[in-house]
Design a binder for this molecule. Structure first.
Ligand code: C5P
Length: 404
């Protein structure tokens, strides 16, 4: 029987004032059905959308509304409420609450609880798409993530205001799934993981370069998932436009040669290496010192092979458990298995590219994972969820190869 890791957990649900507050009622019902104890804290604005009575009935607990309530402070004050929580989940989290959390304000009960807890804090943002995309909100979110606060969603789609875009709160069932992951820590506890991500950029002259469409999303999601699974993570990244995840060490590189140096020099100090970067296979033989002038006719750039980072790591004596990626348009299993053998790696995650869904610039993907003597299919899913599944599988194979 599948026993949810959320069972018996004590969840403090913060509800702030957005239209998605009505979905928080369903969230309470689902969490309780999983076996969790839920206590609800509402901000003043949240009460304009849903009544405390709704949450009181669903949680079977009194709803907490004000910071200095005389009866509450004598019985269960805000400090003990903060201590009671195994996690503080704020759903929906409005742009205003996110901004106040970043500032560290303590002018209402929920904001104070967030300052007074050492439990993980999770936000499920919900707001109009322009408010979500606004530089202020994005900066606030990045800053909170840097402090270790987890952010679930938001999703894209139709919004209450009639617009379409990012900003919808995740569905309660999806929030429950992601929360389960938080309590499921430990698959990589005590291990060190080195991940390479993103494209490389091979300079032709001071203004031009050869690169590819890799967004870095998969590698960054893997870094986050490995960190959540208890590993100490080093991330070597090519140029991407993603917020840096909270990892032990972050190394930014540009060229394949730089990525090679950064990865190979660190590999022996790590238990696992995941090569998720789209490393350029070729680089210009020489880099012009000044901008190459336009020619009248054709021109040629002489390209030379870059070093294969993954093979180099796999060839190290006492090297880490190695995981590579393969992007194939056809005969996925044949080519992936050939690569597994040729590069002498432990595992390869292959995706079929050139399809309508998934791949390089997409937010979602599907993977076919192979190792010597086995394989597993990870179905089409958002890259964040897929990354967690792949990390679980890597942990399983790592422990199978290195029994305690
Ligand atoms: O051989 P191919 O490029 O298809 O293999 C892809 C895998 O090899 C990926 O894991 C990629 O990160 C890695 N790779 C590498 N160094 C290269 C080229 C690819 O580590 N120069």
């Amino acid at each position: 029987m599948h026993l949810s890791t959320t069972a018996q957990k004590q969840i403090l649900l913060g509800v702030t004032g957005g239209i998605a507050a009505y979905k928080a009622a369903e969230l309470v019902r689902l969490l309780r059905a999983e076996g969790a104890a839920v206590r609800v804290v509402m901000t003043q604005a949240a009460r304009a959308f849903v009544t405390p009575l709704t949450f009181e009935a669903l949680s079977n607990e009194p709803v907490h509304l004000t910071l200095l309530d005389a009866t509450e402070e004598s019985a269960m004050g805000h400090i003990s409420l903060a201590r009671w929580a195994n996690v503080i989940l704020i759903a929906p989290a409005t742009a205003d609450f996110i901004a106040r959390l970043r500032l560290g304000l303590a002018d209402d009960l929920l904001a104070t609880l967030c300052l007074a807890t050492d439990a993980p804090i999770v936000l499920a943002p919900a707001m109009n798409r322009l408010m979500w995309e606004n530089a202020a909100t994005q900066e606030n979110i990045r800053c909170l993530q840097d402090r270790g606060i987890r952010v679930f969603g938001p999703a894209a789609g139709e919004q209450a205001c009639g617009e379409v875009g990012w900003g919808r709160m995740l569905e309660p069932v999806e929030i429950c799934n992601q929360l389960e992951w938080i309590f499921q820590n430990g698959a990589l506890a005590g291990l060190t993981v080195l991940i390479s991500a993103g494209p490389t950029r091979e300079p032709i002259d001071p203004v031009r370069y050869i690169s590819n469409r890799s967004s870095g999303r998969m590698g960054y999601a893997l870094a986050q998932a490995a960190q959540e699974a208890g590993a100490a993570v080093s991330l070597v990244s090519g140029p991407v436009s993603l917020p840096a995840p909270r990892v032990q060490e972050m190394v930014s590189v540009e060229r394949a040669e730089e990525m090679y140096q950064a990865v190979v020099s660190r590999a022996i100090y790590h238990d696992i290496y995941i090569g998720a970067a789209a490393v350029a296979d070729y680089t210009p033989a020489t880099v012009a010192i000044s901008k190459i002038k336009k020619q009248t006719g054709e021109t040629m750039i002489h390209l030379i092979k870059t070093p294969d980072i993954l093979s180099a790591v796999a060839a190290l004596e006492d090297g880490p458990f190695t995981v590579g990626f393969a992007a194939e348009t056809d005969r996925v299993e044949d080519y992936a298995r050939q690569k597994l053998a040729a590069k002498c790696i432990d595992m390869i995650a292959a995706n079929r590219v050139g399809q309508t869904r998934g791949g390089f610039e997409s937010h979602e993907n599907a993977l076919q994972v192979y190792w010597n003597g086995g394989q597993r299919t990870l179905e089409m899913a958002p890259k964040t969820r897929l990354a967690r599944q792949l990390i679980e599988l890597i942990a399983e194979r790592y422990h199978a190869k290195n029994p305690a």
